[in-house]
Design a protein around this ligand. Structure first.
Ligand code: PLP
Length: 412
């Protein structure tokens, strides 16, 4: 079918604005009348640097990112950041302790014993934060990873809630508190920044968040975070680059020799934020084409929303409410999986009464209407809508839900 007749709600890169892709197709053949396609130009060229700098400036403008944060583009996806965040924040913790204790022989001994208390706290609310914690444990060992909260413990072994933050067991001096702001598989989103993680006068807590699937959709109290990250492929562009935004205070890393002396792992250079930042994301070859796509998406968002992310926040809220309201109107037919207090605005997960057979039928009829990519994640099943890209499509989908539900009720 032609592109205009298909609405794709699925995981993966997902739909990009058609005009961005049309411009990109031209850019691949002949970028800015240079006679060479963008993917053929050197990443060291002036035009590549301009693309990087413009994308950084537009991201800062759209999200209100202050100057004391560094924006870097990396490879390795969201999963690469699970490792990178653990490496860089454990490193930043060691660098701080090392500075406090000094560099003579006895202080190295003190540092060695301090390292026994190195902890990274994880708040587990779904499959992605669980994977991030597992990766930190694989790299650093379980003694350095502390699960401060896990929603399965208070929800019959299942995800779908966020434990009351007064019950979180946070470490006193953790290298970071890690959370996933929007759990894509389980449809769970933090409704707001947790009160217990608000900044203290001593500089803690050091909060790191995975925002892969809700970036650009709502305001971020960025000063409350030491770092956020997101793969470009969901809301920003196509697969191939990951963005990390890090408070500059946390960039300095200890030497590889010191980390080895302390028995701690050393990150591959390409995951060392300090090195990537010093090289304006060009320590090694970066896909400039992917940065260009992200930049074009940001340009259009800035043109579309004079009030920047606030405009996008209002639109996301409106679209999500429309779908949840429709689902709730047919309680005998649809069942939203996560708890109402933590429902994601970005990916809506629900079941249909009648189990697998009813869901298969829903998917089949959806495809016949041009509504594709609705199958839930293989771990959770059910139905999942990821990309509510346009209010018109959202209306269309809401109408489809209502139409199917009405038919089902008649059949009953
Ligand atoms: N974090 C979240 C919230 C995700 O949704 C995903 C992928 O869907 C990832 C991390 C992993 O990203 P990647 O596939 O780029 O490693």
């Amino acid at each position: 079918p032609p592109r205009s007749e298909v609405t794709y709600f699925g995981a993966g890169p997902g739909p990009l604005p058609t005009d961005v892709l049309e411009d990109a197709a031209q850019a691949l053949l002949n970028f800015n009348d240079t006679g060479l396609g963008l993917a053929e130009h050197s990443h060291r060229s002036a035009l590549a640097t301009k693309i990087i700098n413009d994308a950084k400036a537009d991201l800062s403008s759209f999200l209100d990112i202050p100057d004391n944060y560094e924006i870097i583009f990396l490879q390795g996806g969201g999963s690469g950041e699970f490792s990178a965040m653990a490496y860089n924040f454990a490193g930043a913790w060691v660098a701080r302790k090392h500075k406090e204790l000094g560099s003579n022989d006895s202080s190295i001994q003190e540092l060695k014993s301090a390292v026994q208390d190195l902890r990274m706290d994880y708040i587990i609310t779904g499959g992605w934060s669980q994977k991030a914690a597992a990766e930190a444990e694989r790299l650093f060992g379980p003694e350095h990873v502390h699960i401060a909260a896990d929603s399965r413990k208070t929800n019959n072994g299942k995800f779908g809630t966020i434990p009351d933050e007064t019950t979180w067991d946070l470490s006193r001096d953790s290298a970071m508190v890690y959370l996933c702001d929007n759990e894509t598989v389980h449809g769970v989103e933090f409704p707001r920044f947790p009160k217990c993680l608000e900044p203290r006068p001593d500089g803690g807590p050091i909060v790191v968040a995975d925002m892969s699937s809700n970036i650009l959709s709502r305001r971020i109290p960025i000063q409350n975070y030491a770092a956020i990250f997101f793969g470009a492929q969901k809301n920003l562009g196509c697969a191939g680059i990951t963005v990390a935004v890090i408070k500059k205070d946390f960039l300095p890393q200890p030497s590889a020799t010191l980390m080895r002396q302390l028995g701690l792992p050393i990150p591959p250079r390409i995951f060392e934020f300090e090195t990537i930042a010093k090289n304006n994301s060009l320590y090694n070859t970066l896909s400039i084409f992917d940065v260009y796509i992200a930049g074009q998406v940001l340009r259009r968002l800035l043109l579309q929303h004079p009030d920047k992310v606030r405009g996008q926040e209002a639109a996301s809220e409106q679209k999500a409410q429309l779908i949840y309201k429709t689902l709730e109107e047919y309680p005998g037919v649809y069942h939203v999986i996560p708890d109402k207090s933590v429902r994601s605005r970005m990916n809506i997960c629900f079941n249909i009464t009648g189990g697998d057979a009813a869901e298969e039928e829903f998917l089949k009829q959806g495809i016949a209407c041009g509504l594709t990519g609705l199958k839930g994640h293989r771990d959770l099943r059910g139905i999942r809508l990821i990309d509510l890209s346009d209010i018109i499509y959202t209306w269309g989908f809401g109408w489809y839900l209502a139409w199917l539900a009405a038919g089902k009720r008649r059949n009953v």
